[in-house]
Design a protein around this ligand. Structure first.
Ligand code: ADP
Length: 408
């Protein structure tokens, strides 16, 4: 390298370092994820002297690799593009947790061509580096096409890796903040919904008590009014209990002890016989003979989940109907199934009934009206035990709610 080249290289390094300090300041002061991603791709192109840059992030829930930002591209158009992990440059970077430099992309089998069709640009060369946070690869930062046809250098790899290190921390912070804000929003929504739920029975109670106080009722009418008030107090009590239960679940993790499901099913079914008799519904359990392996978890919570399903199966049934609770062993789990011959659930409501406070108005006879927390509580318990909740239903014929629990 000649003296002139060395000085030019040094000047470039100083310029890059100055830019990096600026970028670092901006990254640390930006908490909005979209703006942050835009700043990162802009800095990536400036620092590596490239035409464009893009960011892919690993979806935490599904593990899919998705474009989150790219120079000149609409985020929405990119978002639908899931990049295969096995057959793409970004997938390679995530898997190997290493930078990857490809000078001639069009002849590399790892290049995922659909990206060019989505952005309308032709990729010639790519430098991809992992975005790492606490040792985990959370995504990939890519710089594409060196300007003036130059090749990527080792210095580019270094510069982009440094930027990726800072970018990953900033991205995680922004995501954390977004998550906290979402949790806060859900909490406020919950408080609003719960207050609304409380207001209706309170208004009813107040109304009937006022009628009694007004002195316009005979003894019989007074009695009926008090009965209605008492029933509405029960609704409020149930609501408060369910809210406290959700609160307990959010703060105390389920214990992990071996739970023998056959005994638990018998117990829950026995406890619900009184309710079934009152509703004119036959309730029985079908438990295979012989030993079943235990599951691991909290007996109390699992009993609560099953009791909620059984209670609904009785409540939304018809006089003379039937409820059967079956326990079955499957390859890697135990399955508990609650089937009823009740009113059933129209298909369009099947995914909604697990939302908090959701009830199908048309289906609930007045007395069966609950607070809409039974199913969300049951589902949450099953999921915290590593299981899954399913429902099948046919309006007018009945429903089958079932859940799995991993065998231990
Ligand atoms: P709640 O029972 O307190 O109303 P849930 O969360 O347990 O609340 O259930 C939500 C809604 O789902 C119910 O209001 C009802 O409309 C519907 N549902 C639940 N279980 C059944 C069932 N076995 N058959 C028919 N509808 C049901």
């Amino acid at each position: 390298m000649s003296e002139v080249e060395r000085i030019a290289a040094l000047e470039r390094q100083v310029a890059n370092l100055t830019l990096m300090v600026e970028v670092s300041k901006t990254l640390n002061s930006t908490l909005d994820l979209d703006s942050l991603l835009q700043i990162i791709i802009k800095s990536a192109t400036e620092l590596t002297n490239t035409e464009m840059a893009s960011i892919l992030l690993v979806d935490r829930a599904s593990g899919e690799l998705r474009f989150e930002a790219a120079t000149g591209a609409e985020r929405e158009a990119l978002k639908t593009l899931v990049v295969p992990r096995d057959n793409s440059i970004a997938g390679w970077v995530v898997r190997e947790n290493k930078p990857l430099l490809i000078r001639d992309v069009q002849h590399d089998p790892r290049f995922y061509r659909q990206v060019d069709s989505a952005t309308g640009l032709a990729t010639r060369s790519i430098l991809g580096v992992p975005l790492r946070f606490k040792g985990q690869v959370i995504g990939v930062l890519e710089a594409l096409n060196k300007i003036e046809g130059n090749d990527f250098t080792d210095e580019d790899v270094q510069v982009l890796t440094t930027l990726a290190g800072q970018a990953a921390v900033a991205i995680e912070n922004a995501r954390l903040l977004a998550e906290l804000r979402e949790q806060d929003r859900l909490k406020s929504q919950f408080i609003t919904d719960a207050s609304h739920e409380m207001r209706t029975p309170l208004t009813t109670i107040k109304g009937y008590l006022q009628l009694i106080l007004d002195g316009a009722m005979d003894a019989e009418q007074q009695r009926t009014s008090l009965e209605i008030a008492a029933r509405n107090i029960d609704v409020i009590t149930r609501l408060v209990n369910d809210i406290l239960y959700l609160q307990e679940m959010a703060t105390i993790r389920a214990e992990r002890v071996p739970v023998e499901m056959a005994g638990l099913v018998r117990e829950v079914v026995a406890a619900a016989q009184g309710q079934a008799r009152l509703a004119g519904v036959i309730l029985r359990a079908e438990i295979p003979s012989g030993d079943l392996p235990p599951v691991s978890g909290s007996r109390k919570r699992l009993a609560r989940a099953l009791a909620n399903l059984v209670e609904n199966a009785i409540k939304f049934n018809t006089d003379g109907g039937e409820v059967v609770v079956r326990l079955r062993e499957e390859a890697s789990s135990l399955r508990v199934e609650v089937s009823d011959t009740g009113i059933g659930i129209p298909a369009e409501y099947l995914d909604k009934i697990f939302n908090r406070f959701y009830r199908i108005d048309s289906s609930a006879p007045h007395l069966a009206r609950g607070v809409g927390l039974g199913l969300p509580i049951a589902k949450q318990i099953v999921e915290e035990h590593g299981g899954e909740m399913h429902v099948k239903s046919e309006p007018g014929k009945g429903s089958v709610f079932s859940f799995t629990l991993p065998k231990t």
